[in-house]
Design a protein around this ligand. Structure first.
Ligand code: SF4
Length: 258
Protein backbone atom coordinates (compact mmCIF):
# COMPACT_ATOMS: atom_id res chain seq x y z
CA UNK A 1 0.00 0.00 0.00
CA UNK A 2 1.79 3.22 -1.08
CA UNK A 3 2.20 6.04 1.39
CA UNK A 4 3.71 8.40 -1.13
CA UNK A 5 2.39 10.36 -4.08
CA UNK A 6 4.55 11.77 -6.83
CA UNK A 7 2.24 13.84 -9.05
CA UNK A 8 5.17 14.99 -11.20
CA UNK A 9 8.78 13.99 -11.67
CA UNK A 10 11.94 16.00 -12.23
CA UNK A 11 13.23 19.28 -10.87
CA UNK A 12 15.61 22.13 -11.56
CA UNK A 13 18.62 22.47 -9.28
CA UNK A 14 18.04 25.50 -7.18
CA UNK A 15 20.44 25.98 -4.26
CA UNK A 16 23.59 24.40 -2.72
CA UNK A 17 21.61 21.54 -1.17
CA UNK A 18 20.61 20.41 -4.66
CA UNK A 19 24.19 19.72 -5.80
CA UNK A 20 23.92 15.94 -5.38
CA UNK A 21 20.11 15.72 -5.57
CA UNK A 22 18.98 12.12 -5.12
CA UNK A 23 16.39 12.47 -7.92
CA UNK A 24 19.22 13.13 -10.37
CA UNK A 25 21.29 10.29 -8.90
CA UNK A 26 18.38 7.85 -9.03
CA UNK A 27 17.53 8.77 -12.61
CA UNK A 28 21.15 8.33 -13.71
CA UNK A 29 21.21 4.85 -12.18
CA UNK A 30 17.69 3.53 -12.77
CA UNK A 31 15.87 6.29 -14.63
CA UNK A 32 14.71 4.15 -17.54
CA UNK A 33 14.90 7.13 -19.87
CA UNK A 34 13.64 9.67 -17.32
CA UNK A 35 15.62 12.89 -17.18
CA UNK A 36 15.67 14.52 -13.77
CA UNK A 37 15.98 18.03 -15.21
CA UNK A 38 12.73 17.69 -17.19
CA UNK A 39 9.57 18.17 -15.14
CA UNK A 40 6.80 15.85 -16.30
CA UNK A 41 3.40 14.92 -14.96
CA UNK A 42 3.33 11.32 -13.75
CA UNK A 43 0.77 8.69 -14.72
CA UNK A 44 -0.15 8.58 -11.03
CA UNK A 45 -0.93 12.29 -10.97
CA UNK A 46 -4.44 11.57 -9.68
CA UNK A 47 -3.45 8.79 -7.25
CA UNK A 48 -5.28 10.34 -4.25
CA UNK A 49 -8.60 9.93 -6.04
CA UNK A 50 -7.88 6.60 -7.74
CA UNK A 51 -9.97 3.69 -6.53
CA UNK A 52 -9.55 -0.07 -6.47
CA UNK A 53 -12.06 -2.54 -7.95
CA UNK A 54 -13.97 -2.63 -4.68
CA UNK A 55 -14.35 1.18 -5.01
CA UNK A 56 -12.19 1.93 -1.98
CA UNK A 57 -9.40 4.48 -2.45
CA UNK A 58 -5.95 3.19 -3.42
CA UNK A 59 -4.43 5.44 -0.75
CA UNK A 60 -5.76 3.98 2.49
CA UNK A 61 -7.36 6.42 4.86
CA UNK A 62 -5.43 7.65 7.92
CA UNK A 63 -1.93 7.67 6.45
CA UNK A 64 0.72 10.34 6.12
CA UNK A 65 1.34 10.64 2.37
CA UNK A 66 4.86 11.77 1.46
CA UNK A 67 4.12 14.06 -1.45
CA UNK A 68 6.23 15.01 -4.45
CA UNK A 69 9.37 13.17 -3.37
CA UNK A 70 10.86 13.12 -6.89
CA UNK A 71 10.40 16.83 -7.53
CA UNK A 72 9.54 20.00 -5.63
CA UNK A 73 5.81 20.67 -5.23
CA UNK A 74 6.40 24.37 -5.89
CA UNK A 75 8.75 24.05 -8.87
CA UNK A 76 7.91 26.64 -11.57
CA UNK A 77 7.41 24.02 -14.30
CA UNK A 78 4.50 22.48 -12.34
CA UNK A 79 2.56 25.71 -11.85
CA UNK A 80 -0.17 24.69 -14.31
CA UNK A 81 -0.82 21.38 -12.49
CA UNK A 82 -0.68 22.54 -8.87
CA UNK A 83 -4.27 23.78 -8.54
CA UNK A 84 -5.55 20.34 -9.49
CA UNK A 85 -3.15 18.74 -7.03
CA UNK A 86 -4.42 21.03 -4.26
CA UNK A 87 -8.00 20.10 -5.16
CA UNK A 88 -7.20 16.41 -4.62
CA UNK A 89 -5.49 17.22 -1.33
CA UNK A 90 -8.57 19.17 -0.22
CA UNK A 91 -10.82 16.26 -1.15
CA UNK A 92 -8.83 13.65 0.81
CA UNK A 93 -9.22 15.11 4.28
CA UNK A 94 -8.73 11.60 5.64
CA UNK A 95 -5.05 11.69 4.62
CA UNK A 96 -2.27 13.95 5.77
CA UNK A 97 0.00 15.21 2.98
CA UNK A 98 3.62 15.89 3.93
CA UNK A 99 5.21 18.24 1.39
CA UNK A 100 8.93 19.14 1.52
CA UNK A 101 10.16 22.17 -0.40
CA UNK A 102 13.22 24.28 -1.09
CA UNK A 103 10.91 26.81 -2.74
CA UNK A 104 8.91 28.12 0.17
CA UNK A 105 9.09 31.57 -1.48
CA UNK A 106 6.73 30.19 -4.17
CA UNK A 107 4.22 28.79 -1.68
CA UNK A 108 1.49 31.26 -2.60
CA UNK A 109 1.64 30.54 -6.34
CA UNK A 110 -1.69 28.85 -7.17
CA UNK A 111 -2.65 28.52 -3.53
CA UNK A 112 -6.38 27.59 -3.34
CA UNK A 113 -8.82 30.43 -2.60
CA UNK A 114 -10.15 28.62 0.46
CA UNK A 115 -6.71 27.96 1.98
CA UNK A 116 -7.36 30.47 4.76
CA UNK A 117 -5.19 29.64 7.78
CA UNK A 118 -4.12 26.41 6.07
CA UNK A 119 -5.57 22.97 5.41
CA UNK A 120 -5.60 20.78 8.48
CA UNK A 121 -4.36 17.81 6.44
CA UNK A 122 -1.19 19.44 5.07
CA UNK A 123 2.27 19.46 6.68
CA UNK A 124 4.84 21.67 5.00
CA UNK A 125 8.52 20.90 5.49
CA UNK A 126 10.69 23.92 4.71
CA UNK A 127 14.11 22.57 3.74
CA UNK A 128 17.27 24.53 4.47
CA UNK A 129 20.86 23.39 4.08
CA UNK A 130 23.08 26.24 5.24
CA UNK A 131 22.89 29.50 7.15
CA UNK A 132 22.19 31.66 4.07
CA UNK A 133 19.22 29.50 3.02
CA UNK A 134 17.92 29.44 6.60
CA UNK A 135 18.14 33.23 6.82
CA UNK A 136 16.30 33.59 3.50
CA UNK A 137 13.64 30.86 3.73
CA UNK A 138 12.72 30.60 7.40
CA UNK A 139 11.49 34.21 7.85
CA UNK A 140 9.20 33.61 4.83
CA UNK A 141 8.09 30.27 6.28
CA UNK A 142 7.30 31.83 9.64
CA UNK A 143 4.95 34.34 8.03
CA UNK A 144 2.92 31.83 6.03
CA UNK A 145 -0.50 30.54 7.10
CA UNK A 146 0.29 26.83 7.48
CA UNK A 147 -1.28 24.60 10.13
CA UNK A 148 1.62 22.15 10.43
CA UNK A 149 5.17 23.37 9.95
CA UNK A 150 8.40 21.38 10.05
CA UNK A 151 11.93 22.62 9.43
CA UNK A 152 14.05 20.11 7.52
CA UNK A 153 17.80 20.70 7.67
CA UNK A 154 19.03 18.50 4.84
CA UNK A 155 21.62 17.97 3.70
CA UNK A 156 23.18 19.90 6.57
CA UNK A 157 26.27 21.57 5.07
CA UNK A 158 27.58 23.72 7.90
CA UNK A 159 27.03 24.80 11.48
CA UNK A 160 23.80 26.81 11.64
CA UNK A 161 21.96 29.06 14.03
CA UNK A 162 18.19 28.81 13.50
CA UNK A 163 17.20 29.81 17.03
CA UNK A 164 15.64 33.09 15.86
CA UNK A 165 13.19 31.13 13.70
CA UNK A 166 12.04 28.59 16.29
CA UNK A 167 8.58 29.30 17.62
CA UNK A 168 5.50 27.42 18.80
CA UNK A 169 4.26 26.94 15.23
CA UNK A 170 7.21 24.67 14.41
CA UNK A 171 6.18 21.08 15.06
CA UNK A 172 9.64 19.63 14.61
CA UNK A 173 13.16 20.23 13.33
CA UNK A 174 14.54 17.22 11.43
CA UNK A 175 18.24 16.97 10.55
CA UNK A 176 20.08 14.78 8.02
CA UNK A 177 23.42 14.41 6.29
CA UNK A 178 23.98 13.83 2.60
CA UNK A 179 23.92 10.42 0.89
CA UNK A 180 25.83 9.20 -2.14
CA UNK A 181 29.46 8.71 -3.23
CA UNK A 182 30.11 12.43 -3.47
CA UNK A 183 28.36 13.29 -0.20
CA UNK A 184 29.58 16.28 1.72
CA UNK A 185 30.62 15.85 5.33
CA UNK A 186 28.24 16.20 8.26
CA UNK A 187 29.80 17.10 11.60
CA UNK A 188 27.97 15.55 14.53
CA UNK A 189 28.68 18.68 16.59
CA UNK A 190 26.48 20.70 14.18
CA UNK A 191 23.63 18.27 14.87
CA UNK A 192 24.11 18.53 18.63
CA UNK A 193 24.10 22.30 18.36
CA UNK A 194 20.76 22.33 16.49
CA UNK A 195 19.41 19.94 19.11
CA UNK A 196 20.50 22.36 21.85
CA UNK A 197 18.68 25.22 20.10
CA UNK A 198 15.52 23.10 19.88
CA UNK A 199 15.67 21.99 23.52
CA UNK A 200 16.11 25.60 24.64
CA UNK A 201 12.91 26.54 22.77
CA UNK A 202 11.18 23.23 23.63
CA UNK A 203 10.74 22.33 19.95
CA UNK A 204 10.76 18.63 18.97
CA UNK A 205 14.00 17.58 17.30
CA UNK A 206 14.90 14.54 15.20
CA UNK A 207 18.24 13.28 13.90
CA UNK A 208 16.84 11.50 10.87
CA UNK A 209 19.91 10.14 9.13
CA UNK A 210 23.69 10.47 9.26
CA UNK A 211 24.45 10.77 5.56
CA UNK A 212 27.39 8.92 4.01
CA UNK A 213 30.20 10.85 5.73
CA UNK A 214 29.91 11.70 9.39
CA UNK A 215 32.61 13.35 11.47
CA UNK A 216 32.43 12.63 15.16
CA UNK A 217 35.12 13.61 17.65
CA UNK A 218 37.39 14.56 14.74
CA UNK A 219 37.13 11.14 13.07
CA UNK A 220 35.48 10.59 9.67
CA UNK A 221 33.06 7.68 9.46
CA UNK A 222 31.82 6.40 6.09
CA UNK A 223 28.36 5.01 6.55
CA UNK A 224 26.67 2.69 4.07
CA UNK A 225 23.26 3.92 2.92
CA UNK A 226 21.55 0.93 4.53
CA UNK A 227 22.76 2.10 7.93
CA UNK A 228 22.37 5.87 7.72
CA UNK A 229 18.94 5.95 9.36
CA UNK A 230 19.64 3.24 11.93
CA UNK A 231 22.92 4.89 12.98
CA UNK A 232 21.11 8.18 13.56
CA UNK A 233 18.50 6.30 15.62
CA UNK A 234 21.29 4.71 17.66
CA UNK A 235 22.55 8.14 18.63
CA UNK A 236 19.27 8.36 20.56
CA UNK A 237 19.20 12.15 20.65
CA UNK A 238 15.66 12.83 19.40
CA UNK A 239 13.74 15.23 21.60
CA UNK A 240 10.00 14.72 22.20
CA UNK A 241 7.60 12.86 19.95
CA UNK A 242 6.13 13.90 16.62
CA UNK A 243 2.59 13.53 17.96
CA UNK A 244 1.25 16.56 16.14
CA UNK A 245 2.22 15.10 12.77
CA UNK A 246 0.31 11.87 13.20
CA UNK A 247 -3.25 11.31 12.18
CA UNK A 248 -5.87 11.54 14.87
CA UNK A 249 -7.05 7.99 14.37
CA UNK A 250 -9.54 6.57 16.80
CA UNK A 251 -6.82 4.34 18.23
CA UNK A 252 -4.52 7.26 18.89
CA UNK A 253 -7.32 9.25 20.50
CA UNK A 254 -8.08 6.30 22.73
CA UNK A 255 -4.45 5.89 23.73
CA UNK A 256 -4.27 9.58 24.53
CA UNK A 257 -7.24 9.58 26.82
CA UNK A 258 -6.72 6.20 28.51
S1 SF4 B 1 14.73 21.14 -4.94
FE1 SF4 B 1 14.88 19.03 -4.20
S2 SF4 B 1 14.21 17.76 -5.92
FE2 SF4 B 1 14.67 19.79 -6.73
S3 SF4 B 1 16.81 19.67 -7.46
FE3 SF4 B 1 16.81 20.46 -5.36
S4 SF4 B 1 17.10 18.65 -4.07
FE4 SF4 B 1 16.44 17.94 -6.09
Amino acid sequence: MPNYWNPWHGCIKHSPGCKHCYVYRQDEMYGDGKRANVVKKNADFDLPIKRKRDKSYKLRSGQIIYTCMTSDFFVEQADEWRSEAWAMIRLRKDLRFFIFTKRIDRFRVNLPDDWGAGYENVIIGCTVENQAMADYRLPIFNELPIKHKVIIIAPMLEKMDISAYLNDEIHEVATSGESGIEARILDYDWILDIRRQCVEKDIPFCFHQTGAKLVKDGKLYRIHRYHQISQARKANIDYKLRRDLEMDTEVQKKLRFD
